[in-house]
Design a protein around this ligand. Structure first.
Ligand SMILES: [Ca+2]
Ligand SMILES: [Ca+2]
Length: 578
C-alpha cells in the first residue's frame, strides 16, 4: 500500500515546498541570501557548512517539521512509540486512535479524493515516530535494572521461616523488610494480600500480589497507592489510611501508653489523617492522587517512623502535637459530644478571633466537600484544620484556608469591601479596649504595600503566597491579639527572620505546639500533685465525694467521665471524618 501511495507523498512534498517558497518570510530570506551572495558575504548556516546551501537546508528542516506534524496524526498506525506498555493506562487514550480505525477511512476515501486529509494517514517510517520518547509515567518511571525474580526469591526465603509459609500481621515486618519496604508498610502489605479475611497471608497469595505491584508500579508513591487504595481507585480517601494507622498505633514503640487507652485511638488516627490531607492533598478534593503523594514528604515520614522518635514527625505523626490539638478541642467542647458551635469556637485563644470570620468557618467556606455536618456545628476533624491554619499562617493550606474565609463572594479576589468588612470588627474591638484604631484607609495602604498585588487594588491568593507576609496580613483582619503583637514588634524583625530562611527553623506551628505541650504537661503535673494531697484529705472524710471531685479535675486524656464511655464506643471513625 505504501508503494501505491509513494507518488502521492511526493506530490504533497512538492505542494508544501511551493507553499513554503511562496511565504513572505521565505522570500525575504531568499532575497537576503541572494543579496549576500552578490556582495560576496558569508551566509549563516546552522550545521557549519557554508554557501548558498542555506535555502535548501531550511527547506529540508521545514519538511521535516511537516513530517513530524503528520506523524502526530498517524502515530497510532505505527509500532507503539513507548516501551512495551506495562499498562494500557500509561498513555492518555483520548489523543490516539487504534491502528484499524486509522486505516479504515483512508482505504474508503483513497479513490475518491486526493486532498490533504488523504495523505495525513500516510504511514511514516517508524524511526520518525519513535523520536518521541515516552514521557508520561503515572505509576513511576520503570527502572531497567530491577530483577523481579531476585526480589521474589528473597521474599520466598523470608516466608519459608514461618510454619506452613503463612505469616500473621505480627510477623509482617519481616516480610516488609524482605520486600525492601519501610517497616510500617507491613499492614498495607498484609491487607493488600487479603490477610484480613484469613488472619494470615500465604506465600503464594502474597507473591502474586507483590509481583503485580512490582510489574505495574515503579516508585514508592505508586506502590503505596496500589496497596492502600480500593480496587480500581487511583486516589486515596481518608478511610483508606485507617488500617495502616491503626497498625502504627498498635505496634509503634513510642505509642505504648496510647494502646491501653483504646477509646483515643480514633482521635489520634483522625488527627493524623487530617494532617495528611492538610499537607498532602493540595487540591482540597478529599482525594490524594499519586502525584500529590509523590510531591509530598509523607512517605519519607512513614519511612522514618522506624528510626526516629515519633514526635520528630512534626507534619503528621507527632503524639505531642496530637495531644495539644485534642486538649485544645476538649477545652472548647464543654459537653464533649465532639461537636463545637460558633460560641464554643469563639472562646479559642481568649476570644482573639473575629466573630465575622468564625461565622464564615461555620458557613462552610472551608469545610465544604466533606459530609454534611450537624446544623451549626463543626467536628473535631474540622477543628484540626482550623487550629493548624490559625497557628501557622505561612503554609500554603493555611493561606488558602483564610483566603476562602475572607473571600465573601468567592470570586477569587479580596476586594476593598471584603477587607473593610473584617477590619470594621477589629476597630470596634480596639475601641472597646480604649485603643485608637488606624483608619481603614491607612490600614489599607499598609496592607497593599505589604502584599504588592499584581493587579492594583485586587488581592489574589497568588499575591498572598508570594509576598511571604500572609500572617501579618491575615492577623490584621482576623485575630486582634496577634495583630496587636505584630504592631508592637520592631518592623524590621520580620525582615530579619526572612534572611535566615536557609537554616532549618521551627515552623510557627512547631513553636506553638511545643509551647502549648509544655504548658499542658506542667498543668497536668500540678493537678496531679494537688489531687494527691486533696485525695488523702478527702478520703479520710468521705470516699465517694473524693472520687467525684477527682473525676472532674483530672486531665481529659486518660480519664473520660464514665457517662461518655458509652458514646465513645458507639463513636466510630466515620464521625471524625465528617
Ligand atoms: Ca459540643
Ligand atoms: Ca471576593
Amino acid at each position: 500500500m505504501s508503494k501505491v501511495l509513494q507518488p502521492v507523498l511526493k506530490m504533497k512534498v512538492d505542494e508544501l515546498f511551493l507553499h513554503w517558497l511562496s511565504e513572505t518570510p521565505t522570500q525575504l530570506l531568499l532575497k537576503d541570501c541572494l543579496r549576500r551572495i552578490k556582495n560576496g558575504e558569508r551566509l549563516p548556516v546552522a550545521d557549519g557548512s557554508e554557501g548558498c546551501g542555506v535555502a535548501p537546508l531550511s527547506a529540508m528542516l521545514h519538511l521535516q517539521n511537516t513530517h513530524r506534524l503528520l506523524d502526530n496524526f498517524s502515530i497510532s498506525s505505527m509500532a507503539p512509540c513507548s516501551p512495551p506498555a506495562h499498562s494500557p493506562s500509561s498513555l492518555p487514550v483520548g489523543g490516539y486512535s487504534s491502528p484499524r480505525s486509522g486505516l479504515t477511512p483512508r482505504s474508503r476515501r483513497s479513490t475518491a479524493a486526493r486532498g490533504v486529509s488523504q495523505k495525513k494517514e500516510e504511514p511514516l517510517t517508524p524511526t520518525l515516530s519513535q523520536n518521541i520518547p515516552k514521557f508520561y509515567f503515572p505509576k513511576g518511571c520503570p527502572k531497567d535494572n530491577i530483577n523481579i525474580d531476585g526480589v521474589i526469591s528473597k521474599i520466598e526465603e523470608a516466608f519459608s521461616l514461618f510454619p506452613n509459609e503463612r505469616v500473621t500481621l505480627e510477623d509482617m515486618g519481616k516480610i516488609s523488610k524482605a520486600c525492601e519496604c519501610p517497616l510500617y508498610w507491613k499492614a498495607p502489605l498484609f491487607y493488600a494480600a487479603g490477610g484480613d479475611r484469613t488472619g494470615f497471608v500465604s506465600v503464594h497469595k502474597f507473591i502474586a500480589m507483590w509481583r503485580k505491584v512490582l510489574q505495574t508500579c515503579h516508585d514508592d508513591a505508586a506502590k503505596f497507592m496500589q496497596l492502600l487504595a480500593r480496587p480500581g481507585c487511583t486516589y486515596l480517601e481518608r478511610e483508606d489510611f485507617i488500617p495502616f494507622l491503626q497498625d502504627v498505633v498498635n505496634t509503634h514503640p513510642h505509642l505504648t501508653f496510647l494502646r491501653e487507652a483504646s477509646e483515643f485511638h480514633s482521635r489520634y488516627i483522625t488527627t493524623v489523617i487530617q494532617r495528611i490531607f492538610y499537607t498532602v492533598n493540595r487540591s482540597w478534593s478529599g482525594r490524594i492522587t499519586r502525584a500529590e503523594l509523590r510531591k509530598s514528604n509523607f512517605l519519607q515520614n512513614v519511612a522514618l517512623l522506624e528510626e526516629e522518635d515519633i514526635n520528630q514527625s512534626t507534619d503528621y505523626f507527632s503524639y505531642e502535637h496530637f495531644y495539644v490539638v485534642y486538649c485544645k478541642f476538649w477545652e472548647l467542647d464543654t459537653d464533649h459530644d465532639l461537636y463545637i458551635d460558633e460560641q464554643d469556637l469563639s472562646k479559642h485563644s481568649d476570644h482573639a478571633i473575629s466573630s465575622r470570620v468564625i461565622e464564615r468557618i461555620f458557613s462552610g467556606a472551608v469545610t465544604r466537600g466533606r459530609k454534611a455536618q450537624k446544623e451549626g456545628k463543626i467536628t473535631y476533624a474540622d477543628f484540626v484544620w482550623f487550629l493548624l491554619s490559625e497557628e501557622d499562617k505561612k503554609t500554603d493550606t493555611s493561606i488558602e484556608y483564610w483566603f476562602r474565609c475572607m473571600d465573601l463572594d468567592g470570586d477569587g479576589v479580596l476586594s476593598m469591601y471584603e477587607l473593610e468588612y473584617f477590619y470594621e470588627e477589629q476597630c470596634q474591638k480596639m475601641e472597646s479596649m480604649a485603643i485608637e484604631p488606624l483608619p481603614f484607609e491607612d490600614c489599607l495602604c499598609q496592607m497593599l504595600d505589604l502584599v504588592k498585588p499584581q493587579c492594583e487594588g485586587k488581592i489574589t491568593l497568588q499575591d498572598l503566597k508570594k509576598c511571604k507576609q500572609a500572617p501579618l496580613f491575615y492577623d490584621t483582619f482576623l485575630n486582634l491579639e496577634k495583630y496587636l503583637d505584630h504592631e508592637q514588634k520592631d518592623p524590621f524583625s520580620v525582615l530579619r527572620v526572612g534572611e535566615n530562611e536557609g537554616q532549618q527553623e521551627l515552623s510557627d506551628w512547631e513553636k506553638y505546639a511545643a509551647e502549648e505541650y509544655a504548658i499542658l504537661v506542667a498543668e497536668e503535673a500540678a493537678t496531679e500533685q494537688w489531687n494527691d494531697g486533696y485525695d488523702a484529705e478527702l478520703n479520710a472524710l468521705d470516699p465517694p465525694l473524693a472520687n467525684e471531685k477527682y473525676a472532674i479535675e483530672k486531665r481529659p486524656f486518660f480519664d473520660v467521665p464514665s457517662h461518655d464511655t458509652h458514646d465513645l464506643e458507639e463513636y466510630d471513625y466515620e464521625d471524625d471524618f465528617e
